[in-house]
Design a protein around this ligand. Sequence first.
Ligand SMILES: [Zn+2]
Length: 284
Amino acid sequence: MQASVLAVGAGVLPRESEGAVGFQKFRIWDAHCHLGGQGASAAQRAGELLSVARRMGVEKVLIAMGRTPHLADPTPSQLVEKNNDMTAALNAFPKETLGLVYVSPKHVAASVAEIDRCLKHPRVVGLKLWIADKCSVLAIDPIIARAAAHHATIHQHVWDKTGGNNANESTPEDLAALARRHPKTQFIAMHSGGNWERGLRALRTVPNVSAEIAGSEPVAGFVEMAVRELGADRIIWGTDAGGRSFASQLAKVYAARIPDATKQKILCDNFRRQAERALRFKKN
Ligand SMILES: [Zn+2]
């Protein structure tokens, strides 16, 4: 067994010189994390998440939706509660966290108020939309406009389930329709639709949507197809931790047959560019 593998087991990160896939070779920001785990408070759960992220060489994690269990159709007061969890996690670990404000197209006025409240936080950089309603509904437009006014990116869950989606669960096609209505706003298609061969095709002609690759099996060919169809600048890495492991999600990129410079864009630079746009706007 190579020394580098033993070193990882002992909790010591291998150096770049030890091998082609040393953890320290790339700068890594995780654009998709949750507050699962055992801790009672949001800060404790963020600590558990980061204790693993650090071991895997991850520099920053993007947190959304508050402590599990996640609420599919939250009320306005539940949105506030979940977003308070998110900001508590950010406040506990200022150097290693960024956050998304959780909103719902079912509660437009409350969501707009949450956008204004939470984007005042120095490290909240975007919106998270899940499955309360389809993202293509016209009712969502004031939420998107408010996010755009803050230069915030919209992270939208999209899935294309073989057995059929949940009633209000968005597909990549739904997000493509929304993004075409808002061509100057940046969107992120979380999971690339899960069924990525179909999802990437739905997204490739919509330049203001990036494909995020978190939360599915590390199947060979996923990242290569994303690079081929969308280009190296529109792919964003994340884990969906703790729903998925860091190792399985890193494997998608480490094992992909693409140049190291492209891996670096996917593992950090593409998301960092969007996050920094929102952070710069706060300073102005
Ligand atoms: Zn998730």
